[in-house]
Design a protein around this ligand. Sequence first.
Ligand code: SF4
Length: 265
Amino acid sequence: MSEPLNLRRLTIMPTLKCTLRCKLCSNYMTMFKNPEHVPTDELIRDIDRVFELVDYTEWLQFVGGEVFMRQDLGKVYEHCLDYKDKFDHLILITNATILPCKNDIAVFRKYGKHMQIQISDYGKHSPKAAAMAALLQENGIPFVVKRYHGDLQHYGGWVDNTHFEEHGKSEEALRKQFQHCGQVAMRNFHMYRGKMHGCARSLMASTLGKITPAARDVVDLYDKTETDEEKREKIRHFNDSPRVSCRSCISFGENVERFPAAEQL
Ligand code: SF4
């Protein structure tokens, strides 16, 4: 029996569609020509499959795009309850442009304290922020509001990580950048359409075709040429050393220049 595969954060992207068009979107939503919602049966299949490989994750996150554009994800969140012994918190991140539907609220209530909605409040671009906070409060659904407007923005604002040219960094510089990367510290593994990467940039830059990830940077949940134990071993070692995506990344360290969040194209 191999050692358990315990993660910190596992993020699933159920949609590439968004209600906003943020210039510096760190998931590059505006760069997709035909953004799509992932069908719910596919999401459920991926969740079943990933929990065959992963023993536990502290946070199971759903991030878009904007998750509340969809009114059909309640059955996916409900399905995740079948794995409630395999994760501690369901986390959803929203830009507060659309309120969650009644069905979502009914499912969220079943999670009790084992979930959290993270509201990114972009000021005038988040017109439902106050109403959403009130709705969640009324239903006893845990939430936090991250302020991304005016002075004192969360994390000092956003970074501009929208370029993909390699910077010719030395191995040593790459290693240092990797060691100080917030995404690495958070072990924020990301998944879209059956592919898991060690960070959002590696996943999305690969999905966009901007980079070709190394074999060690990605696990295809359905790849029959690898055993499940080989996949588990790759996931275990995602954060051992810099990935291909790091070569063009400005990283998310504290000293990287910040810009106002959610400026629209
Ligand atoms: S590409 Fe590398 S440096 Fe950039 S977020 Fe991912 S792990 Fe961090």
